[in-house]
Ligand binder design. Structure first.
Ligand code: OSB
Ligand code: MG
Length: 442
């Protein structure tokens, strides 16, 4: 039998009730107690010194002594129309089919948004695949479970391969609940330190360079700190040249959403003359390796978006020299826990990160704001005002951007915005719910 002492914060959370033995096994501690087996993930904790006998709770409790019993899960599909069509290299979107996840645990309600889009053209998930995976695997796997922290959800769902966006919608709702339980704004629970986050905008492809320049001027008047232009073959160099000529000093970047191949490296190299902050995801959505070859041929920093689905892939990309910046999207990496791990890995290596967007409703946007307060988010994100997207958003207050191009992090516990539950039924086209006693579907 060996005993381990953990940092005080860990002792507070787990070291209360039981005695058991354990063997450190990679990032995991496994053991047994009178109440059965337990597994502890110690990857983010520091073991100070080992002694004889491990004291811990088998049913883990949170720092406040509470746990979250997942009593109810409600999955809804809502329809929302963007104010204007948004064109990327993979298509045009205007009518969003958004999945919302509402979870009740210990009497508190938390909200998450599944950021999958309608077609599998950004990554492999869609609104419908997420509906399927939440309905048939995630919700049945979590309902009735008792967890100490939302950070445990990822491990509970690790047997479900992929489907990060579906998982993130559910995990993030539990983060909202945990923050409410601890009476903290979510961003503080996550360890955020920025009270104000820097905002940029992502501009869809336009018909002409002139139309694009006019749009950029409008966004700059609103105060946005960085402009990102969507590009694709035939709608790239001339458009970027026109914007750069008109605005020589602004922070400017481009996003190709995998529209090019390495054989177009010489063409992409023409973008080097425009002093861009980055070129986002020029090559295949799942090909880290070839981005390394491209990065060695161009001077503009590559930022990976689609390619980075977890911490290991972030490490691989950085080790290979496939990018110099990473865009973190909560959905793509599977929720706040993994987003924070990707952030921490980048921060340790002094690699800047920023928060990407998926044309979210206010709920997803509020989660993005919380994540963006972590210290490594040093570049302006694609998190912009509700009114850029929607005639009316589903949260209150709506997300507003200051004339300095920032969003001030909310102070209320949890997400920090009220979900306008009176608005949701009107937008809902289908729903399904689970409770820990009976399964009800509608
Ligand atoms: O690649 O960042 C992307 C929207 C949908 C799918 C992919 C992307 C985007 C955006 C929009 O760029 C960002 C936003 O304003 O939400
Ligand atoms: Mg992108």
């Amino acid at each position: 039998m060996r005993q381990t002492w953990f940092e005080p914060a860990f002792a507070e959370t787990h070291a209360r009730k039981m005695t058991g033995s354990f063997t450190p096994n990679g990032a995991h501690c496994q053991g047994e107690s009178p109440n059965g087996a337990f597994v502890l993930d110690i990857s983010s904790m520091t073991v100070l010194k080992e002694v004889h006998c491990l004291r811990m709770a088998v049913r883990p409790v949170s720092a406040s002594g509470e746990s979250m019993k997942i009593e109810h899960i409600l999955l809804r599909e809502i329809r929302m129309r963007l104010k204007a069509p948004f064109e990327t290299s993979f298509g045009v979107t205007q009518d969003r089919r958004i999945l919302l996840v509402e979870v009740v645990a210990d009497g508190l309600t938390g909200w998450g948004e599944i950021t999958a889009i309608e077609s599998p053209s950004y990554n492999s998930e869609t609104t419908d695949t997420a509906w399927h995976v939440v309905s048939d695997f995630i919700a049945p796997g979590l309902i009735g479970r008792d967890i100490a922290t939302a950070a445990e959800v990822a491990r509970l769902l690790q047997g479900i391969r992929g489907h990060n966006m579906a998982k993130a919608g559910v995990e993030n709702a539990l983060w909202d609940i945990e923050a409410q339980q601890r009476k903290l704004p979510l961003w503080k629970l996550l360890g955020g330190t920025r009270e104000e986050i820097a905002c940029g905008v992502s501009l869809g492809i336009r018909e002409t360079p002139r139309a694009l320049v006019d749009k950029v001027a409008e966004e700059l008047r609103s105060g946005y700190q960085r402009i990102k232009l969507k590009i694709k073959p035939e709608k790239d160099v001339d458009f970027v040249a026109a914007v750069r000529k008109q605005f020589p000093e602004i922070l400017l970047s481009v996003d190709a959403n995998s529209a090019y191949g390495l054989e177009q490296a010489d063409h992409l190299k023409k973008l080097d003359q425009f002093n861009l902050l980055m070129i986002e995801q020029p090559l295949e959505w799942d090909d880290i390796y070839t981005h390394a070859a491209l990065q060695s041929r161009i001077t503009t920093a590559i930022c990976l978006d689609e390619c980075i689905n977890n911490e290991q892939q972030a490490r691989a990309a950085l080790d290979l020299g496939a990018c110099r910046i990473i865009n973190i999207k909560l959905g793509r990496v599977g929720g706040h826990s993994m987003a924070r791990k990707v952030h921490d890995t980048c921060f340790k290596r002094s690699v800047p990160v920023w928060c990407g967007g998926m044309l979210e409703s206010g709920i997803g946007r509020a989660h993005n704001i919380a994540m963006s307060t972590l210290q490594g988010f040093t570049l302006p994100g694609d998190v912009s005002a509700s009114s850029r997207y929607w005639a009316e958003d589903i949260i209150e207050p709506e997300v507003e951007v200051s004339p300095r191009g920032t969003i001030v992090a909310p102070t209320a516990p949890g997400l920090g915005y009220r979900v306008k539950s009176e608005m949701i039924p009107k937008l809902t086209v289908r729903s399904r719910e689970w409770s820990h006693r009976v399964q009800v579907s509608a």
